[in-house]
Design a protein around this ligand. Structure first.
Ligand SMILES: Nc1nc2c(ncn2[C@@H]2O[C@H](COP(=O)(O)OP(=O)(O)OP(=O)(O)O)[C@@H](O)[C@H]2O)c(=O)[nH]1
Ligand SMILES: [Mg+2]
Length: 301
């Protein structure tokens, strides 16, 4: 196991945990790049987001996944299914709990679903928000969840302990050749990355149920293969809401909200892609898309 004289290690690691425990923050911290969007809203991650880490011992693909919770909609059911299916298919599971929020029944339920044959590392996140005695208490609670192969207290936010998470995961990968070129941090398309950055801007600004009602699709992207590095990337995207009444909130007074969101997402996308971008957003209603199989599939969920 792990990279040794016999050759390099390669494998997939699934990030498993309840919503909001900090899985995506951890993935970004481990690879040192923003690959997956983050917000205070549960169900921020809706797809399997792959992030690639190259180390001395080999290559590891972190698969960031939706948090597993009580599903309220068909979307919620699909997100749970995706995460629980992936934990069966990977080489290692990285099980994340919120040590500050406290390990609870949701964690126990999920830990009960962990397959025995897959090594699992337990990450106790958000230790920046608690004292040493609480960390010790949460370590005991984590040990009662499952017979994990390792326990690592971290703060994905400050980066404390993140290096150790990478080491513990690497050590449990099977031997294998790298699958991705070393400069590739994620296999997401530019379109997907941009649509996620737009959604993140909304998640950070919207309240109540509205964040869950928002989906974003890039309809058109032009200039991607222009050899001129200064050429403008032109992106058209649609923000979907579930009801006519939500349109106003997404657009904002005099278009203020959609303008702010567009600027925020564009700036992040420009930094990530190293290109100048013109981003055009429009809003459409897709009635109750979270509950409709045809609409979910169309939106990529
Ligand atoms: N204090 C503190 N907050 C954190 C830490 N890690 C993540 N957070 C916060 O927790 C919230 C959720 O973070 P995410 O990374 O989006 O959580 P997630 O588990 O990916 O959530 P879902 O995708 O919805 O399942 C955000 O507001 C983060 O800033 C941490 O180490 N300390
Ligand atoms: Mg996430």
């Amino acid at each position: 196991m792990g990279g040794d004289a016999a050759g390099p290690a390669f494998g997939f690691v699934a990030l498993i945990g309840r919503p909001n425990v900090g899985k995506s923050t951890l993935v970004n911290a481990v690879v040192g790049e923003k690959v997956s969007i983050v917000s205070h809203v549960a169900q921020t991650t809706r797809t399997a987001v792959r992030a690639v880490l190259n180390g001395a011992g080999g290559q590891m693909v972190l698969v960031d996944l939706p948090g597993v919770g009580k599903p309220q909609t068909l979307l919620g059911e699909r997100l749970n299914d995706l995460a629980t299916r992936m934990m069966e298919e990977v080489d290692v599971v990285c099980f994340v709990v919120d040590a500050a929020g406290g390990i609870g029944r949701g964690d126990a339920h999920l830990a009960g679903m962990l397959p025995d044959r897959v090594p699992a590392v337990c990450v106790l996140n958000k230790v920046d928000a608690i004292g040493a005695s609480v960390v010790a208490e949460q370590l005991v609670a984590a040990q009662a969840l499952h017979d994990f192969d390792a326990y690592v207290p971290v703060s994905a936010l400050t980066g404390d302990g993140v290096e150790i998470v990478a080491q513990e995961l690497f050590a449990r990968l099977p031997p294998g050749e790298p699958m991705f070129p070393p400069e590739m941090a994620t296999d997401q398309t530019e379109s997907h990355l941009i649509s996620e950055l737009v959604r993140e801007q909304y998640l950070l600004r919207m309240r109540e149920e509205l964040p869950h009602s928002i989906a974003v699709m890039v309809d058109d992207i032009e200039g991607l293969y222009d050899p001129d590095p200064d050429a403008l990337l032109r992106v058209d995207a649609t923000v979907y809401v579930e009801r006519e009444s939500q349109k106003g909130m997404v657009v904002g007074k005099g278009g203020a909200t959609i303008k702010e969101v567009g600027t925020g997402a564009r700036m992040q996308a420009e930094a990530l892609l190293g290109r100048r971008i013109y981003l055009h957003l429009r809003v459409r209603v897709s009635k109750h898309w979270q509950r409709r199989a045809d609409q979910l599939s169309r939106l990529g969920y």
